[in-house]
Design a protein around this ligand. Sequence first.
Ligand SMILES: Cc1ncc(C[n+]2csc(CCOP(=O)(O)OP(=O)(O)O)c2C)c(N)n1
Ligand code: SF4
Length: 502
Amino acid sequence: MGEEIAVSSVESQVKPDEFEITHSKSPVFYDVYERKSDLQRQTHYCPGCGHGIVHKLIAEALEEMGLQDRTIFVSPVGCSVFAYYYFDVGNVQVAHGRAPAAATGLKRSCPDKIVISYQGDGDLAAIGTAEILHAANRGEKITVFFVNNAIYGMTGGQMAPTTLVGQKSTTSPWGRRPSNEGFPVRMCELLATLEAPAYIERVALSDNKNIMKARRAIRKALECQRDGSGFSFVEILSPCPTIWGMDPVVARKWVAERMIPAFPLTVYRDHKLEPVAETEPPQRPVADVLELDTEAAAKPTAAFAHEHPFEQMTIKIAGFGGQGVLLLGQLLIEAGMREGLEVSWLPSYGPEMRSGSAHCHVCLSKARIGSPLVQHPDVLIAMNEISLRKFAPAVRPDGLIIYNGRAVPAGLPPLPARVHCVPAAEIADKLGSTKVANIVLMGALLEETGCLEFGTAAATIAEKIKKVALAEINRKALESGRRFADDVLVHEGQPQPDGYPY
Ligand SMILES: Cc1ncc(C[n+]2csc(CCOP(=O)(O)OP(=O)(O)O)c2C)c(N)n1
Ligand code: SF4
């Protein structure tokens, strides 16, 4: 999409021996790029794309600085959306333009991590303008790498805020006209008007000398974050040969001849902000602020001493909306918290809610939990046949499936784990409310795994489910589930009449 005059004027200047081919790969990259089934050592970027070079410079800087294990890379929407297939670091992929906001959350909750927000010009300077501006203005201690190729690459060449005056794009086919589309936005200059940023530099991938400068800037920005100086931002003028319709070498020259004059290369900010004296807000526990009666919950219960037979137990609970799937997960984590465990709960339900499908991921752990996502659960509680069919194959081979039914439905392929059928709905019906089937299954789960104390579970249910009419039925449901698992289920050919602890 660049102008034809620029292309022909640079073509003749290319000398084939100007470039050194380097085959080495930083250990910050994965050995094999799994997304590429045939070509597992190639990236998905076009030949000559700047993203590949910037990836290499970032990987090498992380390696040299020994930061690989502390780094979290936030991938954008745009051509670099798949950065997580290459960087062997923590990875988060976020919605279009939101990387600085996600990075803010990550950095504030994990201040010892090196958080990198990686963004294209459509991502950062169009849809994400608010996020970058305010993250910079707050002086978030993150590092932003802004790959400016003056166009929307991934979507086929629409005009970006950075598209040059006169540059053609699919949405400015006659060339960008300031009277209609405005002037290119210069992000470094814009952010440099703010007080908080610590480091802002613009570099370019136009030739080897400038690539070396880009390498230094990337390293400096990461040092800034490592040393806690504040917000660091490096804009990298980068070729997009495919969308510009140029040979890769010509595209690099186009960066030099057309982009650099419009986006001057320099350091726009390099300082450490002196902390301003501020009055600290009074520190009070959250429960106090919310005026919660936490006395009972704060008291270590007798169950605190419960011997949890796991380091971490992951549970998936699935069924229809309205079966109490999500509530069961909440009860488990609440009881887990009371027993001093780390817990997580991740719900997932369709838009229709009642009668739609619902499931949740639960994790009970003695150590901090890295991700609340449970892909291969230790235990699956399937409250209906659809859920059993859908989620059973992912259960760990040494895991357990608790199915709400008398028997495994016919026609199911062999299941990977032990299956215990508990007719929870029938039991609940007999107790007077089908609604408590989830609590029957909770009783069976506790009996079968010993994951939590019955006393803690009963206390949690009594406190959480406030409906008086259900209180007694819930108590009985928990007990009935426990009894059923204890008396009726058979373990390796042996009934376990006295059951607990399983
Ligand atoms: C909310 C939303 N709006 C629009 C899109 C479509 N979209 C995908 S990538 C992209 C532009 C990316 O351009 P840029 O940030 O410059 O990155 P590049 O591909 O050039 O590296 C757009 C508009 C989307 N995925 N999500
Ligand atoms: S379209 Fe442009 S930015 Fe996207 S991978 Fe190809 S060269 Fe790179």
